[in-house]
Design a protein around this ligand. Structure first.
Ligand code: ADP
Ligand code: MG
Length: 330
């Protein structure tokens, strides 16, 4: 295993099931210690990509390297580099938590002495100390999920792959899992998949948005916003002479467009959304212009970020348009 190679390097990966192309020319890389989110609707190809990376499923074509090792020709070595928590991770119902983790650690070739110290660490990390002697079958979903994560990180592999680690959890449990993944930052490269956007945004350094087997956008949440939405947005609550507004806004930035939100409310205030491709903050200029004009009363003004949800919808829509255009040109 080379220490300098990226944790994961995927080039032109393709997986077909009969006539279905589940993964279509996917390329990306993950640096050591980096946390990456796979974001995509059901059927996007997230689990298939993860199964290929973990050596459990052969690719149809393309290459995938984990810590410099080929998943196709060095699958056993690759498996030792990865802690994998599959989708709907099955756990033995009748084993106790510490017993199960001990058994998994032995399978991962951890020496007994090192294993018992490591068990204490992961039980602590995953907040499982209280339930270490409990039978897994009697645990709640949140605890089971954390047993799965404990198992994945047990042997301290350089790469962790978790397929939908927070599915079926309540908000409190999601928070715990998120914190847990955050603690791995810088220590292990982590890929998690999710169709829940705030989760990716809060946990990951970078997101890959996947739709229909293709990566349709990639980057940090800020980069994705800039690249996919490309506009700044301001929300304001305003009362006054609506007819005078366009000229006033044009003086601040001719590219500003207004879309009416709600209103007017009982006090006569409208909720408006302004948007512009300009990236510098127009808040001060807007406040100044509205105050100087004197015909408006302003109750609030804020610059708002598009949610990752909007980014995701825009990126997937854009990918559909590309497909439609390509089909139309034939
Ligand atoms: N074993 C399989 N046989 C046939 N089609 C499959 C199989 N596994 C997945 N697929 C198809 O591949 C596509 C991607 O699935 P999957 O990777 O599970 O997506 P995701 O995890 O993003 O929900 C879907 O269209 C799915 O129906
Ligand atoms: Mg899946």
């Amino acid at each position: 295993m080379s220490e300098t190679s990226p944790a994961i390097e995927v080039r032109n990966l393709v997986k077909t099931y009969g006539r279905i192309t589940a993964v279509n020319q996917v390329s990306f890389s993950v640096a050591r210690g980096e946390i990456i989110g796979f974001l995509g609707p059901n059927g996007a190809g997230k689990s298939t990509t993860m199964r290929i990376l973990t050596g459990y499923l052969p690719a149809t074509s393309g290459t995938a390297l984990v810590c410099g090792l080929s998943v196709a020709s060095q699958a056993d070595a690759v498996k030792r580099c990865i802690g994998y928590m599959p989708e709907n991770n099955p756990l033995p119902e009748d084993m106790r938590v510490s017993e199960y983790l001990f058994y998994r650690g032995r399978l991962k070739n951890l020496a007994r002495g090192r294993l018992s110290a490591r068990l204490d660490d992961v039980l602590e990390l995953c907040d499982l100390k209280r339930v270490r002697h409990r039978i897994i079958g009697t645990l709640s979903k949140g605890f089971r999920q954390r047993v799965g994560i404990a198992e994945a990180v047990l042997a301290e592999p350089p790469v962790i792959i978790m397929d939908e680690p927070t599915i079926g959890l309540d908000p409190h449990q999601i928070q715990l899992v998120r914190e847990l993944i955050g603690q791995l930052r810088g220590r292990m490269a982590v890929i998690i998949s999710s169709h829940i956007l705030p989760e990716i945004e809060l946990t990951c350094d970078r997101a890959l948005i996947i739709n229909q087997g293709r990566i349709v956008a990639a980057g940090t949440p800020a980069q994705l916003r800039r690249e996919v939405i490309g506009r700044s947005r301001y929300e304001l609550e305003l009362a006054g002479d609506a007819a005078a507004l366009p000229a006033l806004l044009a003086a601040v930035d001719p590219a500003l467009t207004v879309s009416p939100g709600a209103g007017p409310d009982a006090s006569g205030f409208h909720h408006l959304i302004l948007s512009t491709p300009r990236e510098d903050d127009l808040g001060e200029a807007l406040l100044g212009a509205l105050a100087a004009d004197g015909r408006f009363r302003l109750r609030s003004l804020s610059r708002t970020q598009p949610s990752l949800e909007e980014v995701f919808l825009a990126a997937t829509r854009r990918s559909w348009d590309t497909v439609d255009n390509a089909a139309g040109r034939k």
